[in-house]
Design a binder for this molecule. Structure first.
Ligand code: C5P
Length: 300
């Protein structure tokens, strides 16, 4: 997460979360599912800017601004209110927050959770609260199961309901095209439609993996939510087909969908692959980007 300061304003990136693999391995008594997921975060993302104001303000800009819920249900405002409520003795004064919404909403790439995580981080700094990362992530868990993952915003393995985070050192950066066929998918509906909830966990990761080794590993993994999500939103199958037709070395749905990713060898091939998909599907969200990690080498 980049933190930029300009005069009194502070800007933080809220990257997209891509579940490269997502295994559903059980279910808790409260209905939440136990997961094992490998997630990475992309350069492409939303942005949160906070600055002083005489009263609280919230504005949304960007290509997906219209899809953001304005009041209740907005995770940015929920994050602001939750942080303020947790520190009633501290001077958490009025703040103007701008969300630049570049990612499609309800689309399996953690946009709302990532926005909330970035808001917590930005306001922790803006209000000089000095809350530790661990405590901020715990505070944010109430806003969504994905929040601790988005708070880490680095290649990681997530366990539990997505809240046990194990960061991965030495994970390669990956070039990818993100495609969203424009159908919002409700996460609870997808979980509800799962045929099996007790599936095998992730296989062990290769030590010091290259991009090629990651793809070999991915071929032994799954996104268990892909089959139920495809049944609810057939556009997902079309998006995967388009990525494969464009020459993806590997393509899969992220999270509970409907966004899909395709992995490509380098930045040029990624940009070239995005073009025809964009042309053939002008209504879809199509973006060429790169995940964070060690520099993408384009090798193997
Ligand atoms: O916590 P969050 O709001 O992200 O989750 C949305 C819904 O997705 C939950 O209410 C639950 O139905 C489902 N979910 C789940 N198991 C998880 C995460 C989410 O069943 N690990």
């Amino acid at each position: 997460m980049v933190l930029e300061r300009a005069a009194d304003a502070l800007t933080i990136d809220a990257p997209a979360k891509i579940n490269l693999a997502l295994h559903v391995v059980g279910r808790r008594a409260d209905g939440y599912h136990l997961l094992e997921s490998l997630a990475v975060f992309t350069q492409l993302g939303d942005r949160i800017t906070v600055e002083p104001a005489s009263s609280d303000r919230f504005a949304v800009t960007g290509p997906f601004a219209d899809a953001v819920p304005p009041g209740d249900g907005n995770l940015v405002l929920a994050a602001r209110d939750q942080l303020r409520a947790a520190f009633p003795q501290r001077p958490c004064g009025p703040v103007s927050i701008r969300l630049d919404k570049n990612l499609p909403v309800a689309s399996g790439i953690g946009g709302g959770s990532s926005d909330a995580a970035a808001t917590l981080r930005a306001l922790n700094s803006f209000w000089q609260l000095a809350v530790s990362d661990l405590d901020l992530a715990k505070l944010g868990l109430g806003l969504g199961a994905d929040l601790p993952m988005c708070f880490a915003a680095k290649p990681l393995i997530a366990g539990g309901i997505g809240d046990n985070i194990e960061p991965l050192a030495d994970f390669p950066s990956l070039h990818m095209v993100l495609v969203n066929p424009g159908v919002p998918v409700a996460t609870p509906d997808v979980f509800r439609a799962l045929a099996s909830r007790d599936n095998p966990g992730l296989p062990p990761l290769p030590a010091r993996p290259s991009a090629g080794a990651v793809i070999e590993w991915l071929n032994q993994t799954r996104n268990d939510l892909e089959i139920p999500a495809k049944a609810l939103a057939p556009g997902i199958g079309e998006a995967l087909l388009a990525l494969n037709d464009a020459g993806a070395r590997f393509a899969r749905m992220s999270g509970s969908g409907a966004s899909c990713f395709g992995l490509f060898g380098d930045a040029v091939r990624t940009a070239e692959a995005a073009e025809p998909i964009r042309r053939q599907h002008p209504q879809w969200f199509v973006a060429a980007t790169q995940s964070g990690g060690a520099p993408a080498d384009g090798a193997s």
